[in-house]
Design a protein around this ligand. Structure first.
Ligand SMILES: C[S@@+](CC[C@H](N)C(=O)[O-])C[C@H]1O[C@@H](n2cnc3c(N)ncnc32)[C@H](O)[C@@H]1O
Length: 262
């Protein structure tokens, strides 16, 4: 916790608000993605389903996939605890939904499904799009598949694979948005980012979760920002957003906004 406070203070020192930066991209992002608080019907259904999962005390045994959760230390947990501790928050899911919707993303890859609550936001962000999501834990994969059925998601394909073994093959497809949210180590994050860069077209958007999860993840984020192919990187503290092209000169922005706490 203390480390996170320190990270936030250093983020603030280099941060700007939308009012003290003259940037049409930030104006657009705040107006259409970060500021709106509209409750779409889909949000109500997804959050109702999250509440059901939160109450579910059925036990599950987690498979060892490297960097796990900071709050779940045992292999044995239950669905409610996994929902509480591992799923992205409602506000974060809704922010990503609006981003997909506003930037008209059609072919989306999620690296790290867990129980699939955020996948439901990715799916509803553009019902005419297609979401591919990868989960390595076989038990969680089965649960996510059931959740997609119960949530009626028609445009999601889930795969039970390890990222390291499967990503090079998946990345032969052209995704226009990739959500990196699994295996939070510096080496893995940079490896997946570099694989994605090799095969991606110039208008893709990459979203990185948990960029302040650890010192390693912060270092990974800084390397991602300094990569010459990262044209615009927007750090909203709760997420890092990379535009491979936004018709602009190379720029990095730490944006101070309520969404820093999502
Ligand atoms: C943080 S959770 C994903 C959360 C989800 N995207 C959300 O927003 O709610 C990361 C998931 O990635 C899976 N995972 C971690 N490392 C993996 C690996 N190397 N290969 C495949 N799956 C992995 C874990 O089992 C876990 O369910």
């Amino acid at each position: 916790m203390l480390q996170k406070i320190g990270f936030y203070l250093s983020f603030l020192i280099n941060g700007v608000t939308k009012n003290n930066i003259n940037s049409p991209i930030i104006d657009e992002l705040t107006e259409y993605v970060l500021d709106p608080k509209i409750n779409y019907y889909a949000f109500i259904g997804i959050e109702h389903y999250r509440k059901i999962l939160l109450k579910n005390q059925s036990e599950i045994i987690l498979y060892d996939l490297g960097e796990g959760s900071k709050t779940i230390k045992n292999k044995k947990t239950n669905i409610g605890a996994l929902t509480k501790n591992v799923q992205s928050s409602a506000l974060k899911g809704q922010l990503i939904f609006r981003l997909i919707n506003f930037y008209k993303r059609k072919n989306i890859l999620e690296i790290g499904t867990s129980l699939g609550i955020t996948t439901a936001y990715l799916s509803n962000g553009n019902k005419n799009g297609k979401v591919t999501t990868i989960e390595g834990d076989p038990t969680i994969y089965e649960l996510a598949k059931q959740n997609f059925q119960k949530l009626g998601l028609q445009n999601v394909a889930i795969y039970n694979k390890s990222f390291d073994n499967s990503l090079p093959e998946f990345l032969k497809n052209k995704y226009d948005l990739i959500f990196f949210d699994g295996n939070h180590s510096k080496d893995a994050t940079l490896k997946y980012f570099n694989w994605a860069l090799e095969s991606h077209h110039s208008d893709a958007i990459f979203i990185f979760d948990d960029i302040y999860w650890s010192l390693e993840m912060k270092q990974a984020w800084l390397e991602i920002c300094s990569n010459p192919k990262t044209i615009l990187s927007i750090n909203i503290f709760s997420l890092g957003i990379v535009f491979l092209s936004k018709n602009t000169e190379k720029k990095h922005i730490n944006l101070i906004h309520n969404c820093n706490f999502y």
